[in-house]
Design a protein around this ligand. Structure first.
Ligand SMILES: [Zn+2]
Length: 502
């Protein structure tokens, strides 16, 4: 079973209108959620009002692909990035925008064979037959799963039996930090969204300098195959944080990623802001994403990334109880999160040159760290994949001194087999719920009290850049009021045509 040419073209033709009809609110959420990437600390300071205009600080090689934005709007942003290399077959940067017509999707070069043995993963079961996946056996796509199902009842019991204490932290409400002033000020809950607080048990970086833990979120999608083909050409492996609903839509692509020795990790079922959910709802989101991955691959991931990075100690505890280690992206200051903002090209909320400027700023900061780093990128939309394969990855590959680009599990110096519950031998990567190893999570018992102080949070000492710490809420994210339920509904509709109709 694979995408036929005709259905792929049909999908490509139908994609833009449906996406355009569905994507508004989540994109708005993303736009304001992520602080823009600040230029490196040693660069000349950026204008205070925006990260979109950065004074020239070029002192190295002349730009390979410098770009200035067209003077069609005010103020005119200027960009000073310079790329060491671009892909000769890259889509022109000027064509990577929200108005770009959808390109024909590329069928997978090969599809995995049911029953194939993942020989690279000692102890892994044979690959299931994705054609047998029945969407009717799963919750509705892109909606929070019901909490009264037998499956969720079992997972709730598992959490209760885990021995992990779930802190009594009230859910937040949509609207981000301004709508949650008390929660934002409550440093004890360690809410990443409002201040960037992390715990030692969060993976926020790679330990070794110049190592890049490559990650892509929100797939699989129509364009994941383009990314996979490029990664194959370059012999690169990545971690993919996949949404359960997308796995239902594209099980073959997930199998290809897995059999290609990329790391598969969980990114919930319907991509909500987890801190806004009840305990049972969080369990349902994580449980169904684990289950559909297990059903398609035969193995269950033991790492997760919270959508929007929205995690606090309650979400951490539930994740731990469900055997999942949180993986964030590197953040060294309120204005220097390692977020390319690539997701927002599709919705027209940022531009391709701005994303490349963000990328160069990330590079400038990354090369100054004593540790490695993790960057937020996505493979849901065509534009994100085009800028990754055409520009960001070629530039990174050409970097001197070179980066070591690898999946998160590998940058943590662990074998790929440690990334799945069934194949983890629990020696180098003790499961978080065991409490016997370094992965044990220490969550302080607490009440949901308001500290009353300034809304300043301290990040945990996971970074070595020395710049983590005090935050202001000036760059606080604000969630779109509608949340992210409609996030991928359009893809689902199309996926029904392209995947399950044959
Ligand atoms: Zn996401």
């Amino acid at each position: 079973m694979k995408l036929s040419t005709s259905s792929a073209l049909l999908a490509a033709a139908s994609f833009p209108a449906l996406v355009a009809a569905c994507h508004g609110d989540p994109h708005v959420a993303r736009q304001v959620h992520h602080a823009r990437q600040a230029p490196p600390a040693s660069s000349a300071p950026a204008p205070a009002s925006s990260g979109s205009s950065v004074p020239s600080a070029a002192s190295g090689a002349p730009p390979a692909s410098g770009v200035s934005a067209p003077a069609s709007s005010t103020p005119v942003p200027t960009f000073t990035y310079s790329l060491l290399s671009t892909n000769p077959t890259a889509v022109p940067l000027s064509s990577i925008n929200s108005a770009a017509p959808s390109s024909a999707t590329r069928p997978l070069d090969s599809t995995a064979t049911p029953g194939a043995t993942p020989s690279f993963l000692p102890g892994a079961p044979p690959l299931p037959n994705a054609a047998l996946l029945l969407p009717s056996n799963y919750p509705a796509l892109d909606k929070p799963p019901p909490t009264d199902s037998p499956e969720v009842a079992q997972w709730k019991q598992d959490v209760a039996n885990s021995g992990v204490t779930i802190p009594d932290i009230a859910p937040t409400v949509l609207g981000g930090c301004p709508a949650n002033a008390a929660a934002a000020a409550d440093t004890s809950r360690c809410w990443w969204t409002c201040g960037g607080c992390t715990r030692d048990t969060d993976v926020t970086e790679c330990p070794t300098r110049m190592e890049w833990g490559l990650t892509y979120d929100d797939g699989p999608s129509f364009y994941t195959s383009d990314l996979l083909n490029y990664l194959d050409q370059q012999n690169l492996k990545s971690t993919f944080f996949v949404v359960g609903s997308r796995v239902i839509s594209f099980p073959n692509i997930l199998q290809t990623q897995y059999m290609g020795q990329h790391q598969i990790a969980a990114h919930t079922w319907s991509h909500p802001s987890l801190t806004t959910l009840s305990n049972d709802e969080i369990i349902a989101e994580l449980g169904w994403s684990k289950k559909v991955i297990k059903d398609v691959l035969g193995v269950t991931p033991n790492m997760m990334r919270p959508p929007f990075g929205d995690i606090d100690d309650r979400v951490r505890a539930i994740s731990k109880a469900m055997g999942l280690t949180p993986v964030m992206w590197t953040r060294i200051s309120p204005l220097a999160t390692f977020d390319t903002d690539d997701f927002n090209i599709h919705g027209g909320l940022t531009s391709a040159p701005q994303v490349l400027q963000n990328w160069e700023n990330i590079l400038g900061n990354a090369t100054k760290l004593d540790s490695g780093f993790i960057v937020l990128e996505h493979d849901l939309f065509q534009q994100s994949v085009e800028i990754a394969t055409g520009y960001i990855l070629p530039d990174a590959i050409a970097h001197e001194p070179s980066f070591s680009i690898k999946p998160v599990i590998a940058c943590l110096n662990k074998p790929l087999s440690d990334a799945y519950i069934e194949t983890n031998d629990n020696t180098t990567n003790p499961p978080p719920v065991s409490g016997t190893g370094s992965a044990a999570l220490s969550i302080p018992s607490q009440t949901n009290e308001v500290s009353g102080g300034s809304p300043t949070l301290s990040s945990s000492a996971t970074g070595s850049a020395g710049t983590k710490g005090a935050d202001s809420n000036s760059a606080a994210p604000v969630f779109g009021a509608a949340g992210s339920v409609a996030f991928g509904a359009s893809i689902i509709a199309l996926a029904g045509l392209t995947v399950f109709s044959m």
